[in-house]
Write a protein that binds this ligand. Structure first.
Ligand code: PLP
Length: 454
């Protein structure tokens, strides 16, 4: 194809995350120029309904002027200051207070980083520091899950349970272990009920803890609903059973709410939806609608007490970033969270989310569709070669990729996770826009189905 100047320069100078560099030279980038509401526009002026909110993150939609204004105000007043060694500033204080306030006493401190990966990296160090403070230096292993996603730093990629993040990087680190993925449609056994399956998931966790030695296992980390691993909704009682095992062996429970935080599941936090009582919560993405890079780690009063009070004995908590609690990012987060509250976007995620789930479920009879799953404003539609036997396509992922490409030609941005098509639109989406989104998807499914041999 003939590339535009921007496309050629991108190919020549820019190494992209999560991109095959050779394929990139052939395909070229789609250059997104601007965004309004749930839509983005490329440099040719093509309009796309952004059904993934970017990377699961633009809660208030694109082009929200209040966020630009909040950033500009803070830029003019104090564009930067750090939060090391007893320094602070109003935006970081207000944001920490606001986040703790949302948890209604469950959490008592916020630590700031720039990204979800750094936040999970911070969590690993906090867990290790915590156990050192308690004089149990051998209790350091962290159990995550196959298909879980927690980011890409050396420690957070080790928590992630996806081969692509381990292969070629000599990961995971030896302290990180992985237990079963709670995907009933794929992992459930013949004749097993969802309840039995949830019980089996908890026994798998217990078996792993016993195999490793409970005195060596410090924590369990999970996303309330898995996102990047394929939008996996666990059975209703999964989390309470997992939680009981964690409490039995004195494991900290870490809820990675980087996607589920701030309304995605129709509740402010995913933990509320599943009755999770985390010791540590991780927040990012929708915290600023990703208009600015920012993440937060929230600590329960018990963890705070150990970390804060024992730091006198252990010394300074030797961890933090130049831009931890960045004032501009924090000011944008505060304004963004105010918009989420004022516009009732958590409630909209529940109400419009129910409409989206019902509309996607109507596709369950489509010849390509194996499972439709979701909650609030997040969903996954898993495509299969054979509905009856649930046989996946071979090669896995080619159909998902074809849908992804064809959807873009139809003006719809989704995500293909192997052959699961993910939906995670901005929380401002309306019922009419949901109908448009699902109609574009149905059209795409039909076109790809019609082009298949046989
Ligand atoms: N945790 C979860 C649940 C995520 O979905 C992501 C990103 O998709 C991360 C952590 C990593 O965040 P970041 O890409 O900001 O490093």
């Amino acid at each position: 194809p003939a590339f535009s100047s921007a496309q050629s320069r991108d190919i020549n100078y820019h190494l992209h995350p999560y991109t095959n560099a050779v394929a990139h030279q052939k395909i070229g980038p789609r250059i997104i120029e601007r965004g309004v509401g749930i839509y983005v526009y490329d440099e040719q002026g093509n309009k796309y309904l952004e059904a993934m909110a970017g990377l699961w993150s633009v809660a208030v939609g694109f082009g929200e002027p209040r966020l630009g204004e909040a950033a500009a105000r803070q830029m003019r007043k104090l564009p930067y200051y750090h939060t090391f060694t007893h320094k602070s500033h109003a935006p970081s204080i207000e944001l920490a207070e606001k986040l703790v306030g949302y948890t209604q006493g469950r959490m008592s401190r916020a630590f700031f980083t720039n990204s979800g990966s750094e936040a999970n990296d911070t969590v690993v160090k906090l867990v290790w520091y915590y156990n050192n403070a308690l004089g149990r230096a051998q209790k350091k292993k962290i159990i995550a899950r196959q298909r879980g996603y927690h980011g890409v730093t050396v420690a957070s990629a080790s928590l992630t349970g996806l081969a692509a993040n381990h292969r070629d990087f000599d990961l995971p680190l030896p302290q990180m272990k992985h237990t079963s993925c709670p995907h009933f449609y794929r992992q459930g056994r013949p004749g097993e009920t969802e309840e039995d399956f949830a019980t089996r998931m908890a026994s798998d966790l217990e078996a792993l803890i016993l195999e490793e030695g409970p005195e060596t296992v410090a924590a369990f980390i999970g996303e309330p609903v898995m996102g990047a691993g394929g939008v996996i909704i666990p059975p209703r009682t999964y989390w309470s059973k997992i939680q009981a095992v964690c409490r039995k062996y004195d494991l900290l429970i870490i809820a990675d709410e980087v996607i589920t935080g701030f309304g995605r599941l129709g509740t402010r936090f995913g933990s509320e939806a599943f009755g999770i009582e985390p010791d540590i919560m991780v927040l990012s993405k929708q915290i600023t609608s990703s208009y600015q890079p920012l993440a937060a780690v929230l600590l329960s009063p018990e963890v705070t007490a150990v970390i804060a009070d024992h730091s006198a004995a252990l010394g300074t908590f030797g961890h933090g970033y130049t831009t931890s609690g960045h004032p501009v990012a924090a000011a944008v987060a505060i304004e963004n969270l105010n918009i989420i509250d004022e516009r009732g976007l958590v409630e909209n995620a529940a109400a419009t989310g129910a409409i989206m789930q019902a509309a996607l479920l109507e596709l369950a009879g489509h010849p390509l569709v194996g499972e439709v799953r979701g909650m609030g404003l997040i969903a996954g539609v898993e495509l299969v070669a054979d509905k009856e036997s649930r046989r996946p396509f071979d090669p896995l992922g080619a159909t998902g990729a074809a849908i992804y490409e064809r959807a873009q030609e139809n003006g719809l941005i989704v995500r293909g996770i192997q052959d699961t098509i993910a939906f995670c639109p901005p929380l401002i989406i309306t019922p009419d826009q949901v109908a448009d989104m699902v109609a574009l998807f149905r059209k795409t499914l039909d076109e790809v189905h019609a082009s298949m041999p046989g």
